[in-house]
Design a protein around this ligand. Sequence first.
Ligand code: 5RP
Length: 227
Amino acid sequence: MSAEDQKRLSGEAAAALVQPGMIVGLGTGSTAAWFVKALAARKLDIVGVPTSKATGELAASLGMKIAELGETREIDLTVDGADEIGPALALIKGGGAALLREKLVWEASKRCVVIADAAKRVPVLGKFALPIEVVAYGHKTTMARICVALSECDIGIAPRLRVKDGAPVLTDGGNVIYDAACNAIPEPALLAAALKSVTGVVEHGLFLDLAELALVGTDDGVVEVEP
Ligand code: 5RP
C-alpha cells in the first residue's frame, strides 16, 4: 500500500471519532487533508477550527462551518498529522510550516489525535529536521542563539533557514522557519525548554505530552498507538 493510502486510511479512521455538535480542530498537511475530506463527507453539524489558511480554505470549499480559535467554546477534539511519531507519542511537527497555529489549537483541545502513515513512527525523534519558528526581525542573531541552546543539549549543528523559490518561507504569522537537522533528540523535553528560552523563538515543532492517541495507517489497516 502506498504512503498516501495509509494516510487516507488514518484520516478516515479519525473522522469516525467525530460526533455531531463537536468543535473540531483541523490539522494541516496531506494526512490532515484526508481527515478533513472524510469528515466533510459525513455532513455532521460540527464546527471546524483550522490550523492554517490552507486547511481553512479546504474545509470551507467542502462546505464545512469553520471558526477562528477563541470564537467557539472549548475544542472537543483536534486531529492532525505529524512528521515523526516517537516514544510516548512525542512528535515532530511543522513540516508544513503551521506549527505555531497547530500548537495553539492542540493546547486548547480536550483531546488530540495524531494521524500518519507507518513511516512516521521512529524509535528516536530527530531524523526529520526540527522546525523552529522565529520572528523575522533579527532572525540571524536569533539563529546564533539557537545554536548555543542546541549545543547545551549536545546537538552541534546550525539550523538552516527554510527557503522556497529563493525567498525565506513565511508562516501564516509572518515569521521565518529554521530547520534543525539534529539527527537524534534523545531528550526532547530538555531541548524544548532550551529553545523556548531563546528570545525571538516563537515556537518549535516538538509536541510533547499532547497526543493521547495515534491512528497509524499500515498495510494491515489502522493501528492504534497510545502513549
Ligand atoms: C504541518 C505539519 C504536518 O502535520 C506534518 O508536516 C505532516 O504532513 P503530512 O501529513 O503532509 O505528511 O506539522 O505543519
